[in-house]
Design a protein around this ligand. Structure first.
Ligand code: PEP
Ligand code: MN
Length: 340
């Protein structure tokens, strides 16, 4: 439920309401607005009568949160979240966030080269996998710790935040030591223990939509992270499994306005994993920005033919550069800023 405090409510009144709620086993989440404070209270409603809260000093109103996800919901937090991901970059503000880089970190030179090129084209966040979820156990699984070192060095040299995936609860601490943004991949969207672990750390989390997940299941996964105290969640639509086989997945463009209506969390789009084919990346990227996405995640490789993973969907740096210039016009048309 949401407890709306009066403009005249004192800090003591707010504190008393919070104490009352926590005493009944509720988790409280105060949001201090310019004029009023609202307190999100998550717990078992049967434990307490709304009237009891309503009668407390300084309380203006008590309203239930109807959605199953609470902290993620716009019912509780109306203003769009703007997430500071470090190195002077935010996700969810007017400026678009562009995550770019290879699928996997394959080596120091390879990563440094791609990183330099994508930055020159206007990307503001580096992506790359050190722990790779692969369908086959015989495929390249990533450079792990060495990959994290390579990525961090490139990020520091270029003064850019880095985003990389964690697949296992046992690696959360290690990945968090290097990364600015922790990625939860599609295959792990409902790995609830992993969601709880990344919820306990103080680093933004990029939560990809599960391979066959509904928007509600995806928002519930975000709720797991937020319920542990980490408010900095960025959603990423990366296509879902449908009966269509011409593309690797089916990009759900409507997920962008739908999640924006339901949640205050920023949402970016990943046209690379959505389509699986480099030729379709640019049109889908443009559609996502036109639909209101807060940014993009795009795989770029200097030699897609030699890439150790996801070569067929990776853009060559020249193609990425051309796309960024084309995206600028679309960003302008929808009132968003794309800094090249
Ligand atoms: C990735 O970003 O490299 C990745 C594996 O993505 P997804 O989890 O969306 O398949
Ligand atoms: Mn990939």
């Amino acid at each position: 439920m949401i407890i709306i405090m009066k403009e005249t409510a004192s800090a003591k009144d707010i504190d008393a309401v919070e104490k009352k709620l926590t005493g009944f086993g509720f988790q409280t989440h105060p949001i201090y607005g310019e004029k009023k404070t609202v307190i999100g209270a998550i717990g078992d409603k049967r434990q307490i009568s709304m009237n009891e809260i309503l009668l407390m000093n300084g309380v203006e109103n008590v309203v239930p949160i109807m959605r199953p996800y609470k902290l993620v919901s716009k019912e509780l937090i109306r203003e769009k979240s703007v997430i500071d991901v470090g190195h002077g970059v935010t996700v969810g503000g007017n400026q678009l966030a562009v995550f770019a880089g290879p699928c996997a970190i394959e080596g120091k030179e390879q990563f440094a080269k791609v990183a330099r090129l994508v930055k020159a084209s206007g990307a503001n966040i580096l992506r790359g996998g050190a722990f790779k979820p692969r369908t086959s156990p015989y495929s390249f699984g990533g450079l792990e710790g060495e990959g994290l070192e390579i990525m961090r060095a490139a990020g520091d040299e270029l003064d850019m935040p880095i985003c990389t995936e964690v697949m296992d609860t046992r690696d959360v601490e290690l990945v968090a030591r290097y990364a600015d943004i922790i990625q939860i991949g599609a295959r792990n969207m409902q790995n609830f223990k992993l969601l709880r672990e990344v919820g306990k750390i103080k680093k933004p989390v990029l939560l990809k939509r599960g391979l066959a997940s509904t928007i509600e299941e995806w928002l519930m996964a975000a709720e797991y992270i937020m319920s542990e105290g980490n408010d900095d969640v960025i959603l990423c639509e990366r296509g879902i499994r449908t009966y269509e086989t011409s593309t690797r997945n089916t990009f759900d463009v409507s997920a962008i306005p739908v999640t924006q209506e339901l949640s205050h969390l920023p949402i970016i789009a990943d046209p690379s994993h959505a389509t699986g084919t480099y030729k379709y990346v640019a049109p889908v990227a443009k559609a996502a920005i036109a639909a209101g996405a807060d940014g993009l995640m795009i795989e770029v490789h200097d030699c897609p033919e030699c890439a150790s993973s996801d070569g067929p969907q990776s853009l060559k740096p020249e193609k990425f550069d051309k796309l960024m210039k084309e995206l600028k016009a679309i960003a302008d048309a929808v009132g968003r800023e794309l800094v090249l």
